[in-house]
Write a protein that binds this ligand. Sequence first.
Ligand SMILES: Nc1nc2c(ncn2[C@@H]2O[C@H](COP(=O)(O)OP(=O)(O)OP(=O)(O)O)[C@@H](O)[C@H]2O)c(=O)[nH]1
Ligand SMILES: [Mg+2]
Ligand SMILES: [Zn+2]
Length: 295
Amino acid sequence: MSEGLIVKALSGFYYVQTREGLVACKARGRFRLDGTSPLVGDRVRLVTDRAGSGRIETVCKRKNFFIRPAVANIDTLVFIAANVNPITDPFLIDRVAVIAHEADCELLICVNKIDLDKGDELYGIFTAAGYRVIRTSAETGEGVDELRDALRGKVCAFTGNSGVGKSSILNVLLPEASIPTDTVSEHLGRGKHTTRHVELYPLGDGCYVADTPGFASFEIQMMKSIAKEDLQYDFPEFAPYIGRCRFADCAHLKEPGCAVRAALERGEIGQSRYASYERLYELTAKQKPWETKEN
Ligand SMILES: Nc1nc2c(ncn2[C@@H]2O[C@H](COP(=O)(O)OP(=O)(O)OP(=O)(O)O)[C@@H](O)[C@H]2O)c(=O)[nH]1
Ligand SMILES: [Mg+2]
Ligand SMILES: [Zn+2]
């Protein structure tokens, strides 16, 4: 029995990086029956037959996993955004930020295509909220070294709407990968979903980066339901004010004496971030108690 890391899943095969090399594996049928199918990023144990093909026997305990992109054991989610062709809606980043925080995963925001548009608004919103934002251009290479440094030693997944340049940036980071990219449809201002599968690429020194297919905003799913009372903790810039409201169970919506809203009025919390909190609170509040993660 040997061990390895699933780096690609395609057409019913899992490609497992082992010390001996890359092994194409099938998974035991039981995984599918149990609804515990392996994911890219899983550490697994496998047996290989004489012909060199393998079978995954066990999946090691996961640190976390995501549904979209379908990956496991991610240290850093890198949200690639752009302010031109296509324009990233900040709400999309806010949703992913919440999902990342719930999964105990660092979020890094990368504003790409700065050769066309510097993305000052996105940069301002997310740096003010306390996130690290790196500006890049896959076209000129600007900022790519800073991104490479930020990813060192981590297992990362690129995410972001289709056409923002996820595959293009990865090609600059790892030229030998030559990942297909495609021009963004001028009509729709969104990509054509050039990347169709999730794959982890080795950048050396234990750093892996997953390129993933982009999503349209309506497709993104919460990987698990979040209790409405917990949502406030997913907004790191709220932290200094939590516990200072007049009511102990303040939802920071319309209650009098709310410290979060006071901070919003003083400009210490960003308008767009707070608006996303309101929208997401409404979504989480609609859930039934038995749909939340405690159950
Ligand atoms: N000007 C400019 N164009 C870029 C940049 N990055 C990517 N592009 C172009 O944007 C288009 C889409 O890039 P992709 O890398 O395929 O985008 P993606 O995010 O991987 O898209 P999906 O795979 O569909 O999710 C391509 O035509 C790229 O050449 C950039 O920094 N500047
Ligand atoms: Mg792509
Ligand atoms: Zn409050």
